[in-house]
Write a protein that binds this ligand. Structure first.
Ligand SMILES: [Zn+2]
Length: 100
């Protein structure tokens, strides 16, 4: 498990956890930038878009390291906050989804 916690630590310390906030609605989208891929996650709903989460969740109800990183980043207040306007919301979702 040491490897996983190292991975979580480095994701957090490199500020790869991002919170995207859309104004004026204040909708929030969380992402974690992994190896060349950006994953969409929801720390409150315990959801991540990566395959590891999908399969891990089916077999053992285990969350993935992106989700763990996001929780740690929130706890330590070490995430990157990016602000957008609501006009950009649908484009943002589209690019996120095409990336998956
Ligand atoms: Zn994940």
């Amino acid at each position: 498990m040491t490897q996983t916690s190292d991975r979580i630590e480095s994701l957090v310390s490199e500020k790869r956890v991002k919170k995207h906030v859309f104004y004026p609605s204040k909708r929030e989208i969380w992402t974690v930038v992994g190896k060349g891929k950006e994953h969409w996650l929801d720390p409150e709903a315990e959801y991540c878009s990566c395959p590891g989460f999908y399969f891990g969740n089916i077999s053992s109800k285990k969350s993935c390291y992106h989700l763990e990183s996001a929780k740690l980043a929130i706890q330590k207040n070490m995430y990157e906050k990016v602000e957008f306007s609501d006009d950009e919301y649908s484009d943002f979702i589209c690019s996120l989804l095409s990336d998956l």
